[in-house]
Design a protein around this ligand. Sequence first.
Ligand SMILES: [Zn+2]
Length: 287
Amino acid sequence: MQTPQIAAAWEEVIAATMAGKPVTRVLCTHMHPDHIGMAGWLTRRFDCPFWMTRLEYVTCRMLVADTGREAPRDALRFYRACGWTSSELEYYKARFGEFGKMVYALPDSYHRVSHGDRISIGGQVWHAVIGRGHSPEHLCLYCPQLRLMISGDQVLPKITSNISVFPTEPDADPLTDWLESLASIRAAIPDEVLVLPAHNEPFYGLHGRIDQLIEGHERSLGRLLDALREPKSARDVFSVLFRRPISDAMLLQMATGESVAHLNCLIRRGRVTRKMDHSGINWYQAH
Ligand SMILES: [Zn+2]
């Protein structure tokens, strides 16, 4: 993310590793601030092109443009429907637009990377493999010769990536996107690769980890379905989905998005219905 300390850390890395040579291109896996936050800084520092998938680039431009705006009514309606209290909604209003503050001015143009592209880097050919669900068109890179995969946040060894519904698209079903894209990555990339994730340590065992991630979500969906024999709001199901208490505002937003993602997935599968009451809260029930 953009902070003066991180700019200083980059300068140190550049001095220590680049031997005076320039960076010739910046590739970015996805639009979250902890991945794209310094991309504009790097491309301007070296006057080099920026490579990304189209949905990641365009979505990021959209989110950055929210900075300075008031929290929209649609967003407040969405979180109220999830069961947020008025003080939580007030806090959301006060924090709205934080995204843009974590991102250095984006590159004003980009080179589009698409699924299946072959990208030559340092004399090796890398395959662009797209993942969905954690972010809209997440770029992973796979090099068959080196048996390496750069997985970004699509496959992480220890933590599970956040899969969330956001107020801009309340009926979205990112969990189905996530489960389908993990299955297609498993089919496209062999198990023998060394995976270089964006968080935690490099690891072997891609297929086993993907199976664990898919099974984990399917188990959550099963527990959720059981719990929905009685009608519940998105907020009511936190204890079914998460082991740790949802103690602060950042966690509340992530937990809410993730709960709605699981609920929307069950709606898509025809297992659950959603009804809004007169106070604007959505109630979900298995049928
Ligand atoms: Zn991410």
